[in-house]
Each structure stands twice: as C-alpha cells, then as structure tokens.
Design a protein around this ligand. Structure first.
Ligand code: PAF
Length: 311
C-alpha cells in the first residue's frame, strides 16, 4: 500500500516535495487557502511538467476522508510551524511521524519536546521559488539530510530518505541533524539579517560598507557554536572555518536575494526569531557576548514592525 504524505504549507519546498512524491506515494498538499489542483513544475533544466495534486484547505481535512498519514511534512516558515501543527492536530493521530523542514532552531526543539510521535527534522539545499498559485520553479538541485534531535528514529529517517531519493529528491538519513541545523543557522545569521536590513544582494556583503559587520557576527556566532558543541565546518579551527564558510556561501550566492530580504520586500514577518533568537538565547545561557546579534535583531524587529503595524 502506498504511504500517504501530508504536506502542510504549500510554499516552494512544500510544492516541490508534492510534485516529487506524487508519482510514488499518496500526497495531500494542505494550506490555509484553496489552491488549484492543476499545478506546474518547472525543472532546473527548464522543462515544464503539469501535474494534478490533491490540494486541500485545513478546513476541508476533517471531511476529506483521507487515510491516516504515514508522514506529515510541515513546510511552513519557522514561526508558523507550531500553529500549523495545532491547526490539524484534531484530525491526526498524535503518533503520526512529523517532518520539520524549517530554517533555524526554534520549532524543532519545541515540537520534539511536545509531540508524542516521532519528530524528524530536515535540512535542504534544494532551491525553489513559487511562480503563482499554480506553479513552482525548481531552481537548483540540492542535498537533503534527515534525522531526529534525540537520534531515536533512525529507521523512520532511513525509510523517508529512501522514498525521497527514489522520488528524485536526494536525501540521506543522518545521526547529527542538530549539528547540521545549527551550521545552517550560523550561515543564515551572518548573511540574512544584514542583506534584509540594507536591501542588497548577498554578494554586496563583500564590500567595505558591510564586511566588517559580517566579521563581527561571525566572531560572536563562532564562540556561541563552540559553547553549544557544534563542530566548525570542514573539520577546521573554529572561527577561521566559520569565516571561510560564510564568505564561500556569499560568493556562491552572490546574485541571490536571500530569503529574509524577500520576506521584508513582501512585508512578511521574517525568520529572525528562529535564526537570531536561538543564538542570543544560547549566548545569554553561556555568558557570552552577543551585542552584535542583539543589535541586528532589534533593527530587524523595528523594520518588521514598521510594515506589519501598517497592515
Ligand atoms: O536564506 C537564504 O536565502 C539562504 O539560506 C542563504 C544561504 C542566505 C543564501 O541566500
């Protein structure tokens, strides 16, 4: 029997997952508002593939008569994950395996703590963006890693990684997902807030106007991650290894508009709480300096407030 995958949050990664899994599994793509069932995927090679997806709203779930989900993927933004889970909690068994696809390190520990069933976390470098209510563009293929924070559900992660890989969404089950989530968070913290505040593409961080601030963020982040027991990338020496990685990502994504800048431009809440929040909390816990991170957080918060309060 085909496993049923519920995908909660029909953003770019959610829709890409739905398109990939549809031929191999039973898929339900669930959002707050109705989306057309006829959906278009544009592949990295530019090929356009139409596919019918089972799109549903949260309100329709109760009456939809779907089989119990084998996996529930939560693909919302970080700060919306808990509310999204709450919105479907009455129609799912509390033993259902969840897969959290969020950036940062906010939703993952909280939901791992509160959910009785297995909670897997995924981190991906797949690149995708939406092209309207009926389309997603798969901009670049990437790697996905899956594991759970307590390393208790290895076989569940392996089963999911195998299905995803068969579906062309290359995935590997790992026992160090906490390390990987924090490593991604570190890079995001050095790039996202600054480009969002100044409205610049990632590559501009190399310029004299911003590079000093990037370096100050890396200094504080490297100390915090060391205190958290997070290995520096590429088996390097802590601060130098983080510095090398951040500048490498800046160069590799020089022409990108980072996700936080896209949120600001669309007047959406940013993921600052999930990216800067855990770093600041950890610094305070370990008695480490974090004034650079706090200043960035306050500036982003003020920027957000300026447009969210006008809504
Ligand atoms: O959030 C993003 O946009 C990306 O994670 C990164 C690495 C900052 C590149 O744009």
């Amino acid at each position: 029997m085909l496993t049923t995958h519920w995908i909660l949050g029909p953003g770019a990664i959610g829709r890409l997952l739905a398109h990939s899994l549809e031929p191999y599994a039973k898929v339900a793509l669930i959002g707050r508002r109705a989306l057309p069932g006829q959906q278009m995927l544009t592949t990295p090679e530019g090929e356009r593939r139409a596919q019918r997806l089972n799109t549903l709203t949260v309100d329709q779930l109760g009456a939809a008569g779907l089989p119990a989900p084998g996996f529930i993927h939560i693909t919302t933004k970080a700060m919306a994950a808990e509310a999204a889970l709450e919105s479907i909690s009455k129609v799912i068994p509390s033993t259902s395996p969840l897969v959290l696809w969020q950036n940062g390190f906010l939703a993952q520990p909280r939901i791992t703590e509160s959910w009785p069933g297995p909670v897997l976390c995924a981190t991906t470098t797949q690149g995708a963006y939406l092209s309207g209510d009926d389309g997603v563009v798969h901009a670049g293929r990437g790697q996905t890693f899956i594991g759970d924070l307590r390393d208790q559900h290895r076989s569940v992660s392996e089963a999911l990684a195998e299905t995803l890989t068969k579906a062309g969404f290359t995935a590997t089950a790992v026992d160090d997902i906490r390390q990987r989530l924090w490593q991604k968070l570190a890079v995001n913290a050095a790039i996202n807030p600054l480009v969002a505040l100044h409205g610049v593409r990632n590559g501009e961080l190399r310029g004299a106007r911003y590079s000093g601030r990037v370096e100050s963020v890396i200094n504080q982040v490297a100390m915090i991650l060391q205190a958290e027991g997070i290995q520096p990338p590429n088996a390097g020496q802590s601060e130098d290894a983080w510095r090398a990685l951040v500048w490498q990502v800046v160069d590799n994504t020089a022409s990108n508009k980072a996700s936080m800048l896209q949120d600001v431009e669309a007047n959406r809440p940013t993921e600052r709480e999930a990216i800067l929040g855990p770093l600041i909390e950890s610094a305070q816990h370990h008695g480490l300096p974090c004034e650079v991170l706090q200043a960035l957080d306050a500036e982003i918060a003020a920027l957000e407030a300026s447009y969210l309060s006008a809504r």
